[in-house]
Design a protein around this ligand. Structure first.
Ligand code: NDP
Ligand code: X2W
Length: 344
């Protein structure tokens, strides 16, 4: 299927390009930039030399609709809100890596993203692409809102606890850490080397934009879900997210068999790997589409600790976007995604 990438020069876009170069069905017909049109992609990204010489094109929706059937949008918030309706009117399928179409209610988007929301009917049509829990809907969707990176790691860890009702819903605390590529390619005062090297920073305390998409999904699974405590930290690694989640167990018998619950929940999920008695590290999924999860019950406190790791650019962005496109096209969801993580 002929595919375009808008935002191909960003970290999410360049990862999509890496994946699609070897994908047997999705073929890249054009790549688009906002500010660098006319330049060969390998001039900006020399690691692509000998693989891709295509030049970056302007974002012309008519031209894109003549050469592509599916479009990946890897653009900052607010861009997809403008481009997606134009692409959909021309019959193209869209997988959006930004947060524009993740929320169902416009006012929720506007509160957390502090910018105008897409039209309410379009938000309703979009399917939230947390693939493992939305396969059927993704399989029919023409507009897929790819989840945020932190949200993916958090929700895959929280799903069994919330769906089975084994925790006190008021007690969910999520402590999340991300590598610097999660902030995109443009350096800033927080990501500058002397600031983050040999350091660790908490940011967006009580106001991270992934809170509403997480809470929206938790409520879909369990109507007793409550607002969560969610803290994000920047850490001096390039790729990777680690989420450590705590909650008070209300079903102690189920809590004692927590690993069994995760294994059953993800029995059919090729990309979720459950640990027995150990906890994962981001490096163990680097460069792959895996989410690794380890869980334990502390008899002393009655609390559960669940750890989940992903590569933010893969399962947290481009990898899950391709997984969703695979499901939409009726392909095996692992198509083009079967990488052994890069280790060490
Ligand atoms: N990085 C990550 O780990 C993750 C990112 N995301 C989301 O994916 C999206 C892309 O992120 P990321 O790749 O990190 O971002 P980058 O900042 O690295 O790249 C942004 C891309 O968008 C293009 N762009 C910038 N402004 C506009 C505009 N006004 N119109 C059209 N295109 C524009 C840029 O083009 P150019 O510079 O060539 O002009 C560039 O290709 C974001 O919404 C982000 O939140 C989601 C999950 C994880
Ligand atoms: C390290 C870092 O800065 N990470 C970004 C997450 C990027 C992302 O996934 O944001 P979207 O909601 O736009 O998809 C952040 O915390 O905002």
């Amino acid at each position: 299927m002929k595919t375009a990438i808008i935002g191909a020069t960003g970290y999410g876009g360049i990862e999509l390009l890496r994946l699609l170069m070897h994908h047997p069905v999705l073929k890249v017909s054009s790549i688009h930039s906002f500010s660098q049109t006319g330049e060969a992609i390998c001039a900006q990204y020399p690691h692509l030399q000998s693989f891709m010489h295509a030049s970056l094109q302007e974002i012309n929706i008519d031209a894109i609709s003549e050469t592509s059937e599916l479009v990946f949008l890897a653009t900052p918030p607010g861009v997809s809100r403008e481009l997606t309706p134009q692409l959909r009117r021309r019959g193209l399928k869209v997988v959006d890596l930004s947060g524009d179409f993740r929320m169902k209610e416009p006012e929720v988007y506007e509160k957390w993203y502090k910018r105008p929301a897409p039209a309410a009917d379009q938000l309703q049509q979009a399917v939230y692409g947390l693939t493992e829990w939305k396969r059927e809907e993704v399989g029919r969707a023409d507009l897929i809102a790819n989840p945020g990176c932190y949200a993916t790691a958090t929700l895959l860890a929280a799903a069994p606890l919330m769906r089975e009702g084994i925790i006190d819903e008021r007690t969910l605390i999520v402590d999340a850490k991300s590598g610097v590529s999660g902030a995109g390619k443009s350096p800033n005062a927080m990501t500058h080397f002397p600031e983050i090297h040999d350091n660790l920073k908490i940011y967006k305390v009580h106001e991270h934009q992934h809170v509403p998409e997480i809470e929206q999904m938790l409520l879909e699974w369990n109507t007793a879900a409550k607002p969560i405590t969610f803290s994000t930290h920047l850490i001096p690694i390039t790729r990777g997210i680690m989420v450590t989640m705590y909650a008070q167990a209300k079903d102690e018998a189920a809590a004692r068999k927590i690993t069994e619950l995760y294994k059953q929940s993800y029995d059919d999920a090729a990309f979720v790997r459950v640990r027995e008695g150990t906890y994962p590290s981001p490096k163990e999924v680097c460069g792959s589409n895996f989410c690794d999860i380890g869980a334990g019950y502390d008899e002393r406190t009655g609390r559960l600790t669940v750890v989940s790791v992903i590569d933010n650019l893969m399962k947290g962005a481009a990898g899950q976007a391709v997984q969703n496109a695979n499901v939409r096209l009726g392909l095996d969801e692992q198509t083009g995604l079967q990488f052994v993580p890069l280790y060490p």
